[in-house]
Design a protein around this ligand. Structure first.
Ligand SMILES: [Zn+2]
Length: 217
């Protein structure tokens, strides 16, 4: 049996069928219910001691708003920009900046993006605040993994990618050269495709060492 988390499966899917094909250093980043990544480093899946490498959702990205992450710590990326926690960050952001929550706001991530699209001033300003957070997270990914390419995926990106990226571009540090950043073309299927490849045990498809470091149980 082979065990891999959704992000590790996602980078494998991208390595075989998507935009990580023929590249050796790629980060697959999902902004969805949570935030996580799968990293291809020199053609190998970065796995870590127990398969938890690249839990980038727990990168520290903020000390101003002090929003608590689901893991219990403050300031973690996932606690701000994941679909699950976006509404809580929006609420906190409005408190800090003295905005009343808009009438009729139903409190989910989709409602925030809808407000921004309809020109609601606090929501529009919040999108810039969110871009700062995402820019910080992406900066950390770049200095941690030095990728050639970052592939964005997850429901938050697929549904509102234009309000996520390239909005965060001005807030990405340029300590290292900016990698190419793009949205997955696999339409959310990268993790399933990667899982299927792992389940079939066909490492030769990718032509990389990506599978050798997967968790063989
Ligand atoms: Zn956390």
């Amino acid at each position: 049996m082979v065990l891999a988390n959704d992000c590790h499966a996602g980078i494998i899917g991208e390595a075989v069928f998507g935009d990580a094909l023929d590249l050796a250093n790629v980060v697959y980043l999902t902004l969805s219910t949570g935030i996580g990544a799968g990293v291809l480093d020199g053609g190998r899946l970065l796995f870590g001691r127990d398969g938890n490498a690249a839990e980038v959702g727990h990168f520290a990205v903020d000390t101003t708003y002090r929003v608590r992450c689901g893991c219990g710590h403050e300031g973690h990326w996932e606690g701000y920009a994941s679909g699950r926690h976006l509404p809580r960050f929006f609420t906190r952001w409005c408190e800090v900046h003295g905005h009343s929550l808009p009438t009729g706001w139903k409190g989910d991530a989709a409602a925030i993006f809808h407000l921004a699209r309809t020109g609601n001033a606090p929501a529009v300003a919040f999108i810039d605040g969110l871009a700062r957070i995402n820019g910080c997270g992406l900066s950390d990914i770049i200095v941690a993994y030095d990728p050639e390419r970052i592939i964005l995926d997850g429901g938050v990106v697929r549904e509102n990618g234009d309000l996520i990226y390239p909005r965060c571009l001005p807030y990405i540090d340029r300590f290292l050269p900016l990698p190419e950043i793009l949205v997955s073309r696999l339409g959310g299927r990268a993790p399933l495709l990667g899982a299927a490849i792992l389940a079939r045990g066909e490492p030769e498809i990718a032509g990389t060492d990506v599978f050798r470091s997967s968790c063989q149980l």
